[in-house]
Design a protein around this ligand. Structure first.
Ligand SMILES: NC(=O)c1ccc[n+]([C@@H]2O[C@H](COP(=O)([O-])OP(=O)(O)OC[C@H]3O[C@@H](n4cnc5c(N)ncnc54)[C@H](O)[C@@H]3O)[C@@H](O)[C@H]2O)c1
Length: 342
């Protein structure tokens, strides 16, 4: 019998998304890189790196990773791997990605979001990746969840009529969490043409990354408003999206775990008056608790393919960074309306 080839993974940054979420999970689901890769039969995490030695040790002990390093460059020099996961804080992604691409020792990089914080950084990363022929998969895990895929189609097919407005609640930074929200808004509702920051109300809870309130103008003529909910500090996570159409409403709730559909119904108390009521039979519990596994399987499969260079998610992520940069430009220019550069 042929022996199955083992796909080797190295992880940089051993915190929550690398493994911590699964180490502390209650109930079903897979929420981390290590949890997802360890669930795929022919994948093995062979090395890990973290600047925090005690976290590195506990991670490697928990996930049975044989090789540990405080210097990721040394890890990459000493190990031949098919996939490198980048799970460090946002501000480190650019320099780590550039180092990994320069070293050129892997086929696929699986990076956390935002993959960069500035447009020019994203352009540099994508140019080098093309030159080195190394795929970069950005962990936009919602794109790999079936209900999210369907939701975009349902909105496009007019299930709630023409979209008029979207209201989104969020916390923890226009770049840190905003990049996911903007990506998801574009994925489900459509492309964004212009942005306008609202006058400063608060700075939010995420250091160096304000939770900016803003209006996003979509190409279809609808508007989305993003409202920060961490004015007095971070007490909980909230990511909700309320999509109001001409003939219905979609409420995207619980960080994407739940989708509720509302339809036009006659008012309970008298005739000739209509309101939006939830159709509870159409309520959808999504498969978000396994979206990490779906994307990890995609990454593992990609690493087995020769001659396939996939930068599509990173290229798409760069569009989110362009939009965020335009929001910052609006802030700098007295909250003016700002076009997204092509
Ligand atoms: N896709 C998602 O749904 C999702 C969810 C959570 C976090 N994230 C992203 O994942 C990244 C990490 O977030 P987290 O919550 O796991 O953070 P965390 O603070 O729990 O973990 C980050 C780890 O990286 C280590 N580190 C920092 N600099 C390093 C370096 N130069 N080399 C090696 N290790 C280094 C830290 O010591 C820490 O252990 C962030 O960019 C965040 O935006 C994504």
């Amino acid at each position: 019998m042929l022996k199955k080839t083992i796909i080797k993974v190295a992880i940089i940054g051993c915190g929550d998304i690398a493994g911590g979420y699964d180490e502390r999970k209650e109930g079903e689901g897979i929420f981390s890189h290590a949890g997802a890769f360890q669930s795929i039969p022919n994948v093995s995490i062979v090395a890990a790196s973290d600047v925090d030695e005690s976290r590195l040790k506990s991670f490697c002990r928990y996930w049975k990773v044989p090789n540990s390093y405080t210097d990721y460059k040394l890890m990459i020099k000493e190990n031949t791997v098919d996939i490198i996961s980048v799970c460090t804080p946002d501000s480190t992604h650019y320099s780590i990605l550039m180092d990994l691409l320069e070293m050129g020792k892997t086929k696929v990089i699986f990076t956390e979001k935002p993959f960069v914080e500035k447009v020019n950084e994203g352009i540099n990363v994508l140019e080098l990746a093309k030159r080195k022929k190394i795929s970069i998969v950005l962990n936009n895990q919602r794109h790999f969840e079936e209900c999210h895929k369907e939701l975009g189609k349902r909105v496009a097919n007019g299930e709630i009529g023409k979209v008029q407005s979207v209201c989104i609640y969020y916390v923890k930074g226009i770049t840190h969490i905003g990049c996911t929200i903007i990506s998801n808004l574009r994925y489900i509702v459509g492309d964004i043409e212009k942005v306008q920051a609202l006058p400063p109300r608060d700075l939010g809870s995420y250091p160096g990354d304000p939770t900016i309130d803003c209006v996003l103008y979509l190409k279809d003529g609808s508007k989305a408003i993003l409202l920060g909910c961490d004015k007095y500090g971070y007490n909980y996570s909230i990511y909700e999206m309320d999509i109001i159409g001409t003939h219905g409403r979609i409420r995207y709730e619980e960080n994407g775990d739940m989708i509720r559909i509302f339809k036009i119904k006659q008012y309970d108390h008298y005739s000739g008056y209509y309101e939006l009521k939830e159709d509870v039979d159409m309520r959808v519990e999504t498969d978000m608790q396994f979206s990490m596994l779906h994307i990890a399987k995609y990454v593992a499969d990609l690493s087995t393919k020769n001659d396939v260079l996939d930068l599509s998610l990173a290229e798409d992520g760069l569009v989110d960074i362009k939009i965020i940069e335009a929001i910052y430009e609006s802030v700098k220019n007295n909250n003016c309306l700002f076009n997204i550069a092509n």
